[in-house]
Design a protein around this ligand. Structure first.
Ligand SMILES: [Cu+2]
Length: 334
């Protein structure tokens, strides 16, 4: 789970280096937060016993949580290591070879070759990019696509406290996000939020059919079918099988992003309500005493709440069809 202790490890894992202070407007301790993202194809578990060949940043779906403070400069380097597979397909038959085979054999051979070429095309390295919703910046420059083997570096100032999505912005975005290229960035206010147990949840969905323990995802399935799985942090039923422990009465702060690509979340904790909800993590205009909050694809929010007594509290998207597809977990209090 993405708890406070965990995100430190994740940041270390993505080689996030924090540089010495150099004084950006408004903060004496502003720093450069270096974020290295590597676009790679990796096998991930999208449901218990079900894997998918995902398109990832840093081998993880969702990608690691990035964290900075208002006034910091976030320096992002995206490297595209998606070089595709080196599949070799059968060559076309010469006239001589055709003569030695029956018509049926030739048809079979040609079909095999055609399928191989289609598969090879699917697995060829492709362009990727990264779009940070926490940035105010010309997207055609900073968020431009990078070809396999290339990289790009851009910087933006963390101007607004909150919780935001980042994702691959290369078209078709439905496919690049649906295949797993997204994560969360948290921008902390200069005056830190009060101490609380911090939890980081990204809701997202996966499409396709399962065969022999593999989800065969496709752009077509994303366009035409309902999702197969709706998940919190990339795996259906993840926290139903491994509940998150919370102290009774302990202040909890849950950072949430709905990565989609297309399904809205209706986030709710059974047996409690949110003392405070900050849309996009905006600390200036919070809502109070919210039972269920809709967050659309690409959006985020911060939920603050406590659990009143010992027990097991489900957290869900209250869109029941999606909950049944895996977007349910438990907090274990006490
Ligand atoms: Cu991409």
């Amino acid at each position: 789970m993405f708890t406070q202790g965990m995100w430190g490890k994740l940041l270390a894992g993505m080689l996030c280096a924090v540089f010495a202070a150099f004084g950006i407007a408004g903060t004496a301790t502003a720093k450069v937060v270096k974020v290295d993202l590597d676009a790679r194809i990796t096998n991930v578990e999208v449901a218990p016993g079900v894997k998918m060949r995902a398109w990832t940043f840093n081998d993880s779906v969702p990608a690691p949580v990035v964290r900075a403070t208002v006034g910091d400069t976030v320096e992002v380097t995206l490297t595209n290591s998606d070089m595709g597979s080196q599949m070799k397909c059968p060559k076309s038959l010469s006239k001589k070879q055709k003569k030695r085979k029956s018509k049926k054999q030739v048809r079979k051979y040609n079909k095999k070759r055609k399928n191989c070429i289609a598969k090879k095309h699917q697995h060829m390295g492709m362009a990727h990019s990264v779009d940070f919703h926490a940035a105010k910046i010309a997207p055609d420059k900073a968020f431009r696509s990078v070809l396999p083997g290339d990289s790009i570096t851009f910087s933006f100032e963390a101007k607004k406290a909150g919780v935001f999505m980042y994702h691959c912005g290369t078209g078709p975005m439905l496919e690049h996000i649906g295949m797993g290229m997204y994560g969360m960035i948290v921008i902390d206010p200069v005056v830190p939020r009060p101490a609380a147990k911090e939890i980081f949840i990204v809701q997202s969905e996966f499409y396709g059919k399962v065969k022999n323990g593999w989800l065969k995802s496709s752009y077509e399935a994303m366009q035409t079918e309902p999702p197969k799985y709706v998940t919190f942090n990339g795996t259906a039923m993840k926290y139903a099988n491994d509940p998150i422990e919370v102290g009774v009465g302990e202040p909890v702060r849950l950072y949430f992003v709905d990565a989609g690509p297309s399904i809205f979340s209706s986030f709710h904790v059974v047996g409690s309500w949110f003392d405070e909800y900050q849309h996009d993590g905006n600390i200036d205009e919070p809502l109070h005493d919210v039972s269920t909050q809709v967050i659309g694809p690409g959006g985020g929010g911060v939920f603050e709440f406590t659990l009143p007594e010992a027990g097991r509290y489900p957290f869900v998207t209250h869109s029941m069809l999606d909950m049944d597809k895996g977007a349910v977990g438990f907090f274990q209090a006490g």
